[in-house]
Ligand binder design. Structure first.
Ligand code: GDP
Ligand code: MN
Length: 339
């Protein structure tokens, strides 16, 4: 029977009809989850959402990382949430803790100054460890060595739409490297000297800057200053080979040597984003518009016709995309080359 006009445009297809058959994914990919034992409840919530909307059909393996051993309770509860394989890894101390050569007095001063301005996580050393780890180390973990693509998951996130195709496969087939759903402006106070370091790097290593780059997404004046736009890294579906590349390795080492992960509070989101914008062809970036996603109070909800097509359950009006803090419109203008 001809099914093209079976449903009026305003009606939702029954969810069962929008699901592909349960065929395990074939990409060389994994779901990566950095978490503390104390994150358990939020971890389970996120896993349930990812499994329901995607992974119960594709069965990509999960990898959990922590700087401490996961407890038996954590492991047992996590394993009840999926039929896919799960691995738990401990992060080597040198990939996590504040390095010896950081001037702790200066770092402490930086934290205090930031705290007076009420910046979120101003005083937290562990948050800085996490940002540095996500910037320069997660993809070097032994458990991630077999994999090329990863999907980053955090506690207490929610997915709202059926993901009826394999995003890893999509990246591979379309020669994409970095995928995101939300793009925002960073808190200026956390990255005061980051752009100075980036400019210095660009002068020293011009060979790494892509010809058709996305500089216009991150700078409004041809690279003079950073406009604070970044991809929100709590969601990433990307290619770890990029983080393992010579360009990014040099870039991370250069930034790390400045100490800004501790003297300031450089986030892995601006660090990843700036690298992706400068070292990749802008066509290697991908906006996963069809993936409805929420972290904390910020959400990306697809608009029509994707909303109905993918059986989404978010409130479309509350999507971040057209709000002031979103950089999506800047991203779109950058792509089309129009200002
Ligand atoms: P936010 O999203 O920026 O507010 O930061 P989160 O608290 O969500 O932390 C980001 C990610 O790092 C989450 O997956 C956390 O579970 C994880 N994380 C943060 N701090 C630590 C830590 O000290 N140890 C471990 N193992 N994971 C952490
Ligand atoms: Mn988070």
């Amino acid at each position: 029977p001809n099914t093209t006009s079976k449903y009026p445009i305003t009606a939702r297809p029954p969810a069962s009809e929008s699901l592909p058959p349960p065929i395990p994914g074939k990409a060389n990919a994994t779901l990566v989850f950095l978490a503390r034992n104390s994150d358990l409840q939020g971890v389970l919530k996120s896993m349930r959402s990812v499994e329901r909307h995607f992974n119960s059909r594709y069965k990509y393996p999960w990898v959990f990382l922590n700087e401490e051993e996961f407890t038996d309770e954590f492991k047992a509860d996590v394993m009840t949430m999926t039929n896919a394989s799960v691995q738990f890894g401990v992060i080597p101390a040198r990939h996590w803790y504040q390095p010896e050569w950081i001037d702790e007095a200066r770092a402490e001063q930086g934290r205090k100054a930031m705290q007076e301005l009420d910046v979120i996580y101003a005083d937290s050393v562990s948050y800085r460890n996490m940002c540095r780890f996500n910037s320069g180390f997660f993809f070097r973990h032994p458990l991630l060595q077999p994999y090329r693509y990863y999907w980053r998951i955090e506690p207490d996130v929610e997915y709202f739409c059926e993901i009826n195709y394999d995003p890893f496969d999509y990246l591979e087939e379309n020669n994409k490297t970095y995928g995101f759903t939300i793009t925002l402006v960073e808190l200026h106070r956390t990255v005061l000297t980051l752009w100075d370091a980036v400019k210095e790097f660009m002068e020293q290593y011009p060979q790494y800057i892509a010809e058709n780059n996305a500089m216009r997404f991150i700078s409004d004046n041809g690279g003079d200053t950073y406009n604070l736009c970044h991809f929100w890294s709590n969601f990433e579906i990307s290619d770890m080979d990029f983080w393992r590349s010579e360009a990014y390795t040099k870039f991370f080492e250069f930034l790390d040597s400045k100490g800004g992960f501790y003297y300031e509070r450089w986030g892995d989101a601006p660090v990843h984003s700036i690298a992706a914008a400068l070292f990749l062809d802008k066509n290697q970036l991908h906006f996963f518009n069809d993936i409805g996603y929420q972290h904390s109070t910020i959400m990306h909800c697809p608009q029509q016709p994707l909303f109905l097509k993918n059986s989404c359950t978010c409130n479309r009006v509350h999507t971040i995309d057209y709000r002031q803090h979103s950089c999506l419109m800047k991203y779109n203008k950058m792509l089309t080359g129009r200002w």
